[in-house]
Design a protein around this ligand. Structure first.
Ligand SMILES: [Zn+2]
Length: 865
């Protein structure tokens, strides 16, 4: 809302003096809305509009002219194109952007998963926490593309090599059911996808297969008939699969398939950038999956080719040299005659962009003449298309008229004043919440307010509003709703990825308005998280791992609590477990966030250990209680793990972390004295004191300065140190003169792209007597049981003969990969490179991983012995 902020800070009543005092401003605003580009808007605003102006950055982000252009362009196109993708960032942003920004196509995207099994290039979050972030990134990318994202909510269990593995986890029928339901709801005319049935990630292949099945199943009333109570069968007209160069698409063979070529390098005259540049800006929103290119290559973005792999019997054929995937498709005449877009002198409204008054008149006339409506017998043929176009006309009217609707949670409501960067606002069960619904009229005409309403939290409530809204005024209505006591919470979001409560409760404000006798509606929708009165925001460490060196130490938990109430909170924080109960009083100021540390002597861990195979000890429960009633406000479980992982006494370990605190926590659990090393420490510090130094996974990528400091690390090894380097990707590790990156290991290691994705893949001990498998912990097959997600990735494919390959492992039907754990002596010291996923297993508290890790950090000592 570029201009909304001009008014929102101050509530205006409708009295004349106020309206007049804003008159000059209004003239500036309506002038700017109609005539000027974003840059000029910024300049004029600062000279003319003193007072509560929006920041220039906001104005540039949503230039009024391109918004109006898009709304008018949207009136000329009633087609829907759906892009199906397995993971966030697999969507074809270039084609989605071009279809919407150039042609006004209704573009939607559908993702099989939230991508929670992927990696995180920018932060410590993995798994469901990563899924939450990637859902947000996807929404931000869609905003740039002008598309509308949807999710199937299938589980992303990490990299997979086959569709079969994906279907084992997803259930093929269940996955198909969800995709068919989405197609029947979204009713796309054309589906596009980057995924064929045989290439790449197993999730991609499985998604490619599901689309082929769903193309037919969505149209077949015998398939999933229970859905027909809610939706109708839907026949997609065409299905296109991306033809990557050198990649065959699925059946039939490529040469038989008509191809659409899409060049995204054309300049968007409205936004002043190419569609490829806009698509790259969208891709960059998927920050966890970066790093992405910063700019489009000088020769332009990649040309995209789509092969037509399925057509409905009713679909018109693709003409020669098609410009888009929609070319040649026609709707029945009975429908198209009712979908005529408004014009001025027989020209599309986009050509009158600079005479906004004329555009507004044309839109008003169109609405009064019943544009995009049809008699029931016609509308019934394709109700969603009429609904789409009618709501697009609503939007165009609102933008051209300068009218906007906003819905906010009011100051003073729970959670409203949390520190910046925190969750903006939450609802608390049993507590009242105050909402503000505002309509602002920044145009030139009077607006009549026919109805204002708020729906959500089990209420559907009409709100009083001014009957008439003069130009340059707004009207605000506050309403208070008590959140039902029984409403279930939606935080932490990571626990609500699959249950439909991701990002909380939906609230919808609607306004039915009239301008010059033309009715139109506005909708403002928000989702707001539901949180307990006091929330346990973080709880660390979890899982709680203990080892022989740390089992008798007091148990120590760090909590971050947030009081979501606008009143002080007094209560208890309590830790319960077998043979364990402790609590302490807490007092939090209104809306305060507080760190709490709890230490307790615990008898959790059995004193006698009977086998190497370690055991899950127990689960602790951390809870917040009310003082007298002992009612529980909230609770979080903390699994505990006992790992029989021993280390020699007085070990000093330095480590360079990459993205999370796993190394720190794991070394703490092992009872090792550990120090985090900065790049400066590596460059200038005294390294010889450390028995072992660890470079975390992708460390040379996370800290490129390490490359120039690498000589010091190698000297540390030559002088007798023990250096452990966790996995790196090929483009982050292999020697590359362009990136000024030499061979980083003392003897050559070249990594490849191979992975072992089956977490229970067999482990072969190539060197059963090697110290890494024997000291201080005797490693057995049991230590490789119960691993999660995968064994390893980017396995070395070539290595110097100085290295000893200790282990081998492979996915079913593939040859063993031997580079997962390589060790070599160098000078007086040792070097270990390992592409097994220690970071995942240590983080998840897998006891065997702690035992092998303990051997790795003890390696120098074991050799010296
Ligand atoms: Zn993917």
């Amino acid at each position: 809302m570029a201009f909304h902020c001009l008014y929102s800070k101050q509530k205006l009543d409708m009295s004349l003096p106020v309206a007049v005092s804003y008159r000059r401003l209004r003239i500036a605003v309506s002038f700017l809305l109609s005539f000027l580009l974003a840059s000029s808007v910024t300049a004029l605003r600062s000279s003319q509009a003193q007072g509560p102006a929006a920041s220039p950055a906001n104005v540039t982000a949503t230039p009024a002219r391109s918004r109006l252009h898009q709304a008018l362009l949207d009136l000329t196109n009633s087609w829907t194109v759906l892009c199906v993708a397995a993971h966030p960032d697999d969507e074809d942003g270039s084609t989605l952007t071009l279809l919407r920004r150039k042609y006004g196509v209704h573009t939607v995207s559908l993702f099989s998963t939230y991508g929670e099994g992927g990696q995180n290039a920018v932060g410590p979050e993995l798994y469901e926490e990563l899924g939450v972030i990637r859902a947000r990134e996807t929404m931000a990318a869609a905003e740039v593309q002008g598309s509308e994202p949807h999710f199937l909510g299938l589980r992303d269990f990490g990299f997979s090599k086959s569709a079969e593995e994906a279907f084992r986890v997803w259930g093929e029928k269940e996955a198909l059911r969800r995709m068919v339901l989405q197609i029947r709801q979204l009713r796309p005319d054309v589906i596009i996808t980057n995924h064929d049935t045989t290439s790449g990630h197993g999730h991609h292949q499985a998604t490619g297969r599901l689309i082929l099945q769903a193309f037919d199943a969505a149209a077949d009333p015998k398939q999933f008939p229970e859905q027909l109570r809610q939706v109708s069968p839907w026949q997609v007209q065409r299905l296109f699969v991306r033809a990557f160069s050198g990649n065959p698409t699925s059946t039939p063979p490529p040469q038989a398939q008509p191809v659409v070529t899409i060049n995204p390098n054309e300049l968007d005259p409205i936004r002043g950038t190419t569609y490829a540049q806009q698509a790259l800006a969208a891709l960059q929103k998927h920050a966890t999956q970066g790093p992405w290119p910063k700019t489009i290559a000088p020769n332009g973005g990649r040309i995209i080719r789509y092969a037509l792999v399925r057509s409905a019997a009713s679909a018109q054929s693709l003409p020669a040299d098609p410009k888009t995937v929609l070319d040649g498709l026609r709707l029945p005449e009975t429908i198209t005659s009712k979908l005529q877009s408004p014009t001025i002198d027989n020209k599309p409204l986009t050509e009158s962009l600079d005479t906004r008054d004329e555009v507004l008149v044309a839109l008003i006339n169109a609405r009064k003449a019943g544009a995009f409506t049809a008699p029931d017998e016609v509308a019934r043929l394709d109700p969603q298309r009429f609904h789409l176009m009618s709501s697009r006309l609503d939007r165009a009217l609102a933008i051209a008229a300068g009218v906007s609707l906003t819905l906010n949670l009011n100051p003073g409501s729970p959670g409203d004043q949390l520190p910046e960067g925190d969750r903006e606002s939450v609802l608390v069960p049993g507590m009242p919440a105050q909402f503000d619904v505002s309509i602002a009229n920044q145009g030139d005409a009077d607006i009549e307010v026919k109805r204002l309403a708020l729906r959500g939290l089990t209420v559907d409530r009409p709100l009083d509003a001014a009957e008439k809204l003069l130009p340059a005024t707004d009207t605000s209505r506050d309403t208070r709703i008590t959140v039902p006591k029984t409403m279930s919470v939606s935080v932490p979001s990571s626990e609500h990825l699959y249950d439909g409560r991701l990002f909380g409760e939906p609230l919808v404000a609607t306004a039915d308005l009239e301008i010059e006798g033309a009715r139109f509606s506005l909708v403002a929708e928000r989702r707001i998280d539901v949180a307990p009165a006091v929330e346990i925001r973080t709880l660390e460490p979890s899982p709680y791992v203990r080892t022989p060196s740390t089992r008798s130490l007091p148990l120590s938990l760090n909590l971050t609590l947030t009081n979501h109430l606008s009143t002080p909170f007094r209560g208890l924080v309590r830790i319960n477990g077998p043979n364990l109960e402790t609590g302490r009083e807490i007092a939090l100021q209104p809306l305060e966030q507080q760190a709490v540390k709890i230490e307790v002597r615990s008898a959790l861990i059995p004193s006698r250990i009977t086998s190497h195979a370690s055991q899950k000890a127990a689960t602790l429960i951390a809870s917040i209680e009310l003082p007298e009633s002992k009612d529980i406000v909230t609770r979080r479980p903390v699994p505990t793990v006992y790992a029989d992982a021993r280390v020699p006494a007085k070990l000093l370990v330095g480590y360079v972390p990459s993205f999370d605190a796993t190394l720190k926590r794991s070394l703490t659990a092992l009872g090792v004295e550990a120090r985090e090393l900065t790049i400066d420490d590596v460059q200038k510090g005294e390294l010889s004191n450390y028995d072992t130094i660890i470079i975390d996974n992708r460390g040379y990528e996370a800290h490129p300065e390490l490359i120039t400091a690498n000589d010091r690390l190698l000297k540390y090894v030559a002088d007798g140190g023990n250096l452990i380097v966790f996995y790196h990707k090929t483009n982050e590790w292999n020697p590359n003169p362009d990136r000024k990156r030499p061979q980083l290991a003392p003897y050559s290691i070249i990594v490849g792209d191979e992975r072992v994705t089956e977490e229970d893949a067999p482990i072969i001990f190539l060197q059963p007597h090697h110290p890494l498998l024997n000291f201080p912990n005797k490693i057995t097959q049991a230590d490789f049981a119960n691993w999660i997600q995968e064994r390893g990735l980017y396995f070395p494919k070539e290595w110097d003969q100085h290295y000893t390959a200790v282990l081998a492992t492979n996915d079913k039907g593939e040859k063993p990969l031997k580079g997962g754990l390589l060790a070599s002596s160098y000078g007086k010291g040792n070097y270990i490179y390992t592409s097994l996923v220690w970071y995942r297993e240590l983080r998840a508290g897998i006891p065997g991983a702690y035992r092998v890790f303990a051997n790795m950090i003890s390696y120098g000592k074991s050799i010296r012995k």
